[in-house]
Write a protein that binds this ligand. Structure first.
Ligand SMILES: Cc1ncc(COP(=O)(O)O)c(C=O)c1O
Length: 430
């Protein structure tokens, strides 16, 4: 990576991966709105296609604007390389793609975004892959679920929607022992609050749609590779450790070492799955990411104040936010995400389902949307929306039972958020 590693996090947020445009001097990263790039000559073209030289061929594979964002996120996560994708869901498929084959499985946490639970329990079956879901607080169950066909372990650092914190050190010790990579979805925490690679993650995935962009403008995703996993230590990952027939027999690990996963993801993943981020989306995310630390501090501050206020309100049964001392996950904060537990939590309202729906309808400043990580405060009732496809036991395990709403606290004035919540709770529980 060309970015100095001794820069502080806030400096990296603004500068990592970027330099004034060599052609024009443009200080901000231009939006390279082009599909293809002129080769210098036939030999140059051949070297690019052979991965003997790094450069631009076609924007389904790489684009200079998107490349700046990929390097920025890789730097923030402390990874060797990264590949940006069209959405967070695309990033999850892209992370699994080089690892999996028909008959293999991923061991995944029951506490995850509802869309992920459905993607893993239903859609990946079409590829001949499967998922085994386990409670990641039960370390023996995680270890027992890994079998000879397991190719990855998957969890969220801070899980959506319940804000549960995963013990990444304990989980990575188990995946290391089994010789399989740990993939951590760091969407809710962001690299400002949590560094999964420091806790043993092999790959980190993001929905850049959320806090990294931070203003609800574009969808995007990213897969960061730590560069630390030894793909050749077993015969489990032939796409990376053996001649790859999909790329004229190239052995990615032998040829590219710690960048094998990233190059495989670009040269084969993006080439054939086409889940590419467009340069406009990369531009919006580059603008957003510059203020990540400032925003996350305010998200955490507002979430802590609102969650505390709600917890003490008689119209509320309980609040699930690891930032509260009452949370069973609070003790993990100091080790996994010392700067805070993000801006996402669930609230069980007295009156159950009916009260939840009335609360959502009664709010005026909070927006009722299927998104999180926006500068605006957002609310949703997961059981009837984002987690709707799940059976009751999966809903409860994910922390998305029928009687809870999920709140993504924005960066507005906290007094206005509390006032809005107060009036809506009055209507919901009248
Ligand atoms: C934790 C988490 N991971 C992944 C995703 C999927 O991201 P996207 O909507 O960008 O595909 C989401 C979406 O809500 C999410 O909350």
């Amino acid at each position: 990576m060309s970015t100095p590693t001794d820069h502080g996090f806030d400096t990296k947020l603004i500068h990592a991966g970027a330099a004034p445009d060599p052609a024009t001097g443009a200080r901000n990263t231009p939006i390279y709105q082009t599909t293809a790039y002129v080769f210098k000559d036939a030999d140059h073209a051949a070297r690019l296609f052979n991965l003997e030289e790094v450069g631009y061929i076609y924007s389904r594979l790489t684009n200079p604007t998107v490349a700046v964002l990929a390097e920025r996120i890789a730097t923030l996560e402390g990874g060797a390389g990264a590949v940006c994708c069209s959405s967070g869901h695309a990033a999850q498929i892209m992370a699994l793609f080089p690892l999996m084959g028909p008959g293999t499985n991923v061991v995944a946490s029951t506490r995850a975004y509802g869309g992920t639970l459905t993607q893993f329990s239903q859609t990946i079956k079409r590829f001949g892959w499967s998922a085994t879901f386990v409670d990641f607080d039960d370390l023996e169950a995680v270890e027992a679920a890994i079998d000879d066909n397991t190719r990855a372990v998957f969890c969220e650092s801070i899980a959506n929607p319940g804000g549960y914190i995963t013990d990444l050190d304990a989980i990575s010790a188990i995946s290391d022992k089994a010789g399989v990579p740990l993939i951590v979805d760091n969407t809710t925490a962001t690299p400002y609050l949590c560094n999964p690679i420091e806790h043993g993650a092999t790959l980190v995935v993001h929905s850049t749609t959320k806090y990294l962009t931070g203003n609800g403008t574009v969808t995007g995703g990213c897969v960061v590779d730590s560069g630390k996993f030894d793909w050749s230590a077993s015969d489990k990952f032939p796409s990376l450790s053996q001649p790859e027939p999909a790329y004229h027999g190239l052995n990615f690990h032998a040829a590219l070492g710690g960048m094998a996963f990233t190059f495989h993801s670009i040269a084969i993943g993006l080439r054939d799955l086409g889940m590419t981020m467009n340069p406009q989306a990369a531009h919006y995310t580059l603008m957003g990411v510059e203020t990540l630390s400032l925003r996350m501090d305010r998200h955490v501050e507002n979430a802590t104040k609102l969650a505390t206020w709600l917890e003490n309100d008689p119209r509320v049964d309980s609040v699930s936010y690891a930032g509260l001392e009452s949370s069973a996950y609070h003790h993990r904060m100091a080790r996994i995400c010392p700067k805070g537990a993000s801006g996402l939590f669930t609230v069980a309202v007295k009156g159950g389902y009916d009260a939840c729906v009335k609360l959502v309808d009664g709010l005026e400043l909070f927006s009722h949307v299927a998104n999180l990580g926006d500068s605006r405060s957002l609310i949703i009732h997961p059981a009837s929306t984002t987690h709707r496809q799940l059976p009751e036991d999966q809903l409860e395990a994910a922390g998305a039972g029928k009687g809870v709403v999920r709140i993504s606290v924005g960066i507005e004035d906290i007094k206005d958020l509390i006032a809005d919540m107060d009036q809506a709770l009055a209507k919901a529980t009248a």
